[in-house]
Design a protein around this ligand. Sequence first.
Ligand SMILES: NC(=O)c1ccc[n+]([C@@H]2O[C@H](COP(=O)([O-])OP(=O)(O)OC[C@H]3O[C@@H](n4cnc5c(N)ncnc54)[C@H](O)[C@@H]3O)[C@@H](O)[C@H]2O)c1
Length: 370
Amino acid sequence: MIIGVPKEIKNNENRVAVTPAGVAEFKKNGHTVYIQSQAGAGSGFSDEEYIKAGASILPTIEEVYAIAEMICKVKEPIASEYPLIKENQLLFTYFHFASSEELTHAMIERKSICLAYETVEKTDRSLPLLVPMSEVAGRMAIQEGAKYLEKPMGGRGILLGGVAGVKPANVLVLGGGIVGTQSAKMAAGLGANVTIMDVSLPRLRYLEDVMPANVDTVMSNEYNIREAIKLSDLIIGAVLIPGAKAPHLITREMLKEMRAGTVLVDVAVDQGGCIETCKPTTHENPTFEIDGIVHYCVANMPGAVPYTSTLALTNATLPYAIQLANKGWEKACRENEELAKGLNVVSGEVVYKGVSDAWGLPLSDVKKWL
Ligand SMILES: NC(=O)c1ccc[n+]([C@@H]2O[C@H](COP(=O)([O-])OP(=O)(O)OC[C@H]3O[C@@H](n4cnc5c(N)ncnc54)[C@H](O)[C@@H]3O)[C@@H](O)[C@H]2O)c1
């Protein structure tokens, strides 16, 4: 198969969908890979490295779309890319159709095959192509939190781990899923006093088993949250209710219970946030302050560490991309239910219920293609 990897053109997107190691895997399986010049530069991969791994470099995005049977990307196509997409061209990338009606209609019109990273789903209902970015965001939340706890950054001026004779900081993690677990691990590793809250007792049992001694597990409810925030220096929002907006576990009125300079990192901001006063920010301007409380609410945290994020993402996507290239999308999806769940729009028809529900579009049965 001919695989094309365009350079990401969405604002501040430095990740790339295929690394030189990925090119080598495609080549080993008998495929041809075209990389747009400088596509890997933001993640630290030069054109020369791609060439060494066996790819050919094309100077323009137009040439990449024109030649490829499968386009591997990171972010959804933006308006300037729509006209480049060909009928029956396979696009393997994040789409998030339910948040863009324009994109949905554009892909229907282009009659391409849209296989979305975010809906590839394992039988245990986990989302293997979202997990790596949650891992990155969870770990980064503590790094960012530690930074903004410094006095010149607006924080309380407290070191997460303390020193001999001085108590460490208190870190509260709301939600013990992928993000929360990684945050708790990082904070604990730095020596902080960590409390992790979740509504799932089985999850709390698991965390209690695997976490180090400086992590306490506590049932998430309003009473416990109100008690904990009074003494927390850093609070991480990491709650997810699949398919719904995040609940506001910390309300505006609760800010006055906190000490000045407390830092809130609401990782769940991309689902509306679990802290009422959070609104999405960017890496250029990541924080704002309300009532003396520092809010960090960057909606695409992994974007700041493209090297790590690219490797983490492609470790997860490559095995699926190889299946698609080896078998063609119809056979690959027929033989792998996980991949079939990723199909959102096929040849002008919506095949994913969430997308048809979001925009009131007819739902076609994907089986007619498989
Ligand atoms: N900002 C970013 O850059 C970024 C990056 C990756 C993920 N995210 C977001 O982070 C959030 C968490 O993702 P995840 O992968 O960890 O999800 P997850 O499903 O693995 O974990 C969510 C956890 O929240 C728990 N929960 C639900 N209701 C709760 C409540 N009332 N109190 C406490 N816990 C509750 C669930 O039991 C679950 O354990 C999502 O909104 C995700 O979109 C943001």
